[in-house]
Design a protein around this ligand. Structure first.
Ligand SMILES: CC(C)(COP(=O)(O)OP(=O)(O)OC[C@H]1O[C@@H](n2cnc3c(N)ncnc32)[C@H](O)[C@@H]1OP(=O)(O)O)[C@@H](O)C(=O)NCCC(=O)NCCS
Length: 181
């Protein structure tokens, strides 16, 4: 039987992101700690308008899927998760995720959203490989990726320079046959 609950899990569901979500996104994207977990570019506060452009581009892209992460029964925005830069001929995608409020970290929300996004990537998009990079200081994210079966494939040694110290960036990949579902 085919799954009819692609976008609904125990703890979260995936939906579209809408313009109404932009003020919440802008609040998160003004938090330097959050930005420094996500992006190697210099942390920079972003307005709802700037994030609106990101949203428009993501929604128009034929090579990506951007989802809102919401609780099962409510419309609150908990985070976003994205498959992007998809190379359709190779069956390869990049994955990114952000849960905006620190109070929501460590409650299984990221794991729930990743499970749905990976089921979608392998079961609906028929991708072969999902890959991501993560900063070596992001221990929570690394623990979660490894728990889900991502394989540590390589290290970009000392690729980051923050607060006077250099840090590695790590490449993780998950193949379709390695995904437990
Ligand atoms: C990384 C992120 C997506 C994880 O989502 P989450 O909802 O916090 O994760 P979960 O609760 O599903 O799982 C986290 C796991 O890491 C473990 N963990 C928590 N803090 C940890 C720490 N400091 N060190 C190691 N492991 C940790 C938890 O115990 C949990 O494992 P468990 O389910 O076996 O108990 C989320 O914290 C986030 O968005 N962070 C900010 C942005 C970010 O880092 N994005 C990823 C960039 S690559």
């Amino acid at each position: 039987m085919i799954a009819d609950n692609l976008f609904v899990g125990d703890r979260v569901r995936l939906t579209a992101i809408t313009k109404e979500d932009l003020p919440t996104l802008a609040r998160w994207h003004n938090d330097a700690g959050f930005l420094r977990l996500l992006d190697a570019r210099a942390a920079k506060p972003q307005t709802a308008d700037e994030l609106g452009k990101w949203l428009d581009d993501a929604q128009r892209s034929p090579n990506g899927y951007l989802f809102a992460i919401r609780p099962p029964e409510l419309d609150d925005l908990l985070g976003w998760i994205e498959l992007d830069g998809i190379l359709w001929n190779q069956g390869v995608a990049w994955l990114g995720i952000g849960i905006g409020d620190r109070g929501h970290w460590g409650q299984g929300i990221g794991g729930g959203a990743l499970r749905l996004a990976l089921n979608f990537a392998f079961g609906e998009l028929n991708l072969h490989r999902v890959q991501l990079t993560v900063f070596a200081y992001n221990e929570r994210a690394i623990a979660l990726y490894e728990k889900l079966g991502f394989v540590r494939e390589g290290v970009y040694r000392e690729a980051l320079h923050r607060d006077g110290q250099r840090y590695d960036m790590v490449l993780y990949g998950l193949l379709r046959r390695e995904w437990a579902g």
